[in-house]
Design a protein around this ligand. Structure first.
Ligand SMILES: N[C@@H](CCC(=O)N[C@@H](CS)C(=O)NCC(=O)O)C(=O)O
Length: 224
């Protein structure tokens, strides 16, 4: 039996989606973010030293694993059928590896920085510090964060322009891994009508019966 340690409104939702797609038996242990800081509770550190979600525990292999990309690969290799598995001798294999890593390696960091900068600008601080903090945040956003987000979104949009899924015409773990950043981007308004192919991709994910079942099992999720 697999246990998923899940955090409300988090990347862990995509792991529930994959578990539903694979038809694996699993339990969910719910952890709640601190409502003020949005950080994970200490209960997650008891499962894995990083204290983040997702984490899976697979009793049958005595495995505790963090990092969504690694978890997706593990679940597909151990529990997936040929529809989900990708092998080195398949033409699309390295493309699959690219998208699986690109999501957390390049897409998420500037999106997280954008959120952090928004938090810093609004954080309580002495009145004289506010203009300084806001000015630093807006410079970092304009010079580093926003150009990176724009470049990534343009790249993703052009890739999806004539494709259903990231890897080829079959859905893969890469789509599951890419879904979180893109659905969060659509929900926040960052990915607007300038990105029709990305929006269609997100809609395609949301239409899947397994995705809908995952939403029911996962609880609070603000991005679908
Ligand atoms: N690269 C990791 C990121 C894990 C991560 O940052 N998870 C967030 C949830 S979206 C979390 O646990 N945040 C709470 C915290 O940092 O305290 C992955 O893909 O699993």
């Amino acid at each position: 039996m697999i246990t998923l340690h899940h955090l409300n409104n988090s990347r862990s939702q995509r792991i529930i989606w994959l578990l539903e797609e694979l038809g694996v038996d699993y339990d969910i242990v719910q952890h709640q973010r601190d409502p003020k800081t949005q950080l994970a509770p200490p209960s997650l550190r008891a499962i894995h030293p990083l204290g983040k979600s997702p984490v899976i525990v697979d009793e049958s292999n005595q495995m505790v694993m963090a990092e969504s990309g690694a978890i997706i690969e593990y679940l597909i290799q151990v529990y997936g059928d040929s529809q989900w598995q990708r092998h080195r001798d398949q033409a699309e294999y390295w493309d699959y590896v690219f998208w699986l890593h690109y999501s957390e390696g390049s897409v998420m960091p500037p999106l997280v920085m954008r959120l952090v900068m928004a938090g810093v600008s609004k954080a309580p601080m002495p009145f004289f510090a506010k203009p300084i903090a806001r000015s630093i945040c807006s410079k970092v956003l304009a010079q580093f964060v926003q150009p990176n987000i724009s470049r990534n979104l343009a790249f993703i949009e052009s890739h999806l322009h004539q494709r259903q899924w990231f890897n080829d015409e079959r859905i893969s773990g890469a789509d599951v891994q890419m879904s979180f950043a893109l659905e969060a981007g659509v929900a926040s308004g960052l990915i607007d009508e300038r990105f029709p192919a990305i929006r269609a991709f997100v809609e395609r994910c949301h239409q899947r019966p397994a995705y809908q079942r995952a939403l029911k099992r996962g609880g609070e999720y603000a991005y679908a």
